[in-house]
Unconditional design. Structure first.
Length: 99
């Protein structure tokens, strides 16, 4: 079983390394953190033809977002792997809160 977490994908996108940091794959394909987050947000919405209703936080859009325990745009890439979701909001309603 593998944990389902976007943080593994974001880490891989910005480092192009395995989680141990010991092997690097196609380093020329690295994204910066903002590009990686966009791939998971606006890019995913676009891929499902839903970019007019989700993928960004803006008036009239669905309010789907998470609150994290750290700012992944400001931490070292290895710290991205340690990120935890504190709250999940879908359609403007909280559906998960850490206890």
């Amino acid at each position: 079983m593998e944990p389902i977490t976007p943080f593994r994908g974001i880490y891989a996108a910005v480092t192009r390394k395995n989680e141990a940091g010991t092997k690097e794959y196609f380093p020329e394909q690295k994204l910066n953190i903002h590009q990686a987050i966009a791939a998971y947000t606006t890019g995913s919405a676009y891929a499902e033809f839903a970019e007019k209703e989700k993928g960004t936080l803006a008036p009239g859009m669905l309010a789907d977002f998470v609150v994290l325990d750290r700012d992944i745009t400001k931490v070292a890439p290895a710290e991205i792997l340690k990120t935890h979701v504190l709250r999940t909001v879908v359609g403007g309603k909280t559906v998960y809160t850490v206890k």
